[in-house]
Design a protein around this ligand. Structure first.
Ligand code: 5RP
Length: 218
């Protein structure tokens, strides 16, 4: 089975967590695209969605799913999103698609974070996937030097601008032994908007698509 088929399996399994009249928090990426397509199948049952990116908004609107501004909601019950890596504690690396800031906001505003991935994303330690960090453009070089002091090798994602008008540094070779501590530490660097470690607010449920079915960790 292909990696994309496994993503689809995980995405379709997340539909079970969606209840009548919900406003659903929706992430970004190829796994979430499968979730949005599945959500379209039950769009008459839900109230609508809050989106974490312009790309997901466009896909949902094309399906006729109502998209709310987060400010117009009183918080969300469920957020569904993918990840680039997860450890056993459901600490994540996110931001491969560059939508990490809005993803972290919508995850933070949600009671339950359902993470959907293919099984290759479950790792013993985070950090093999280069850590995405969203940065205010004028701070790019300064932040890169600060990240190098933390042992990382930041690479500017050239030509990429986030939905918020910022840039991304992908930090290679970062040792992430304590994800909560590193997320807190990097959050102190001026100019960083969002660190792609989701550990202070980890996922609550991880649904992995595998060759044989679904594996759920919570
Ligand atoms: C986007 C993300 C995505 O969830 C992450 O990159 C996984 O993407 P995909 O589902 O395409 O493998 O964090 O910012």
């Amino acid at each position: 089975m292909s990696q994309d088929d496994k993503k689809k399996r995980a995405a379709e399994a997340a539909i079970e967590y969606i209840e009548a009249d919900m406003i659903v928090g929706v992430g970004t990426g190829s796994t979430v695209n499968h979730f949005i397509d599945a959500l379209a199948g039950i769009k008459g049952k839900i109230d609508g969605a809050v989106s974490s990116s312009e790309a997901s908004t466009a896909r949902m609107k094309a399906h006729g799913i109502r998209v709310y501004d987060l400010n117009a909601t009183g918080g969300l019950s469920v957020y569904v999103d993918g990840a680039d890596e997860s450890n056993q504690h459901l600490h994540l690396i996110k931001g491969g698609g560059g939508a990490l800031t809005r993803e972290k906001i919508v995850a933070g505003a949600s009671e339950k974070f359902i993470c959907i991935c293919d099984d290759t994303k479950l790792v013993p330690y985070l950090g093999k996937f280069p850590l995405p960090i969203e940065v205010i453009p004028m701070a790019r070089s300064f932040v890169a030097r600060e990240l190098a002091k933390h042992g990382g090798r930041p690479v500017w994602r050239e030509g990429f601008i986030t939905d918020n008008g910022n840039v991304i540094l992908d930090v290679h070779d970062m040792e992430i032994m304590d994800p909560v501590a590193l997320e807190n530490e990097l959050n102190k660097i001026p100019g960083i908007v969002t660190v792609g470690i989701f550990a202070n607010r980890p996922a609550d449920v991880l649904i992995l698509g595998t060759d044989t079915g679904i594996k759920t960790i919570q």
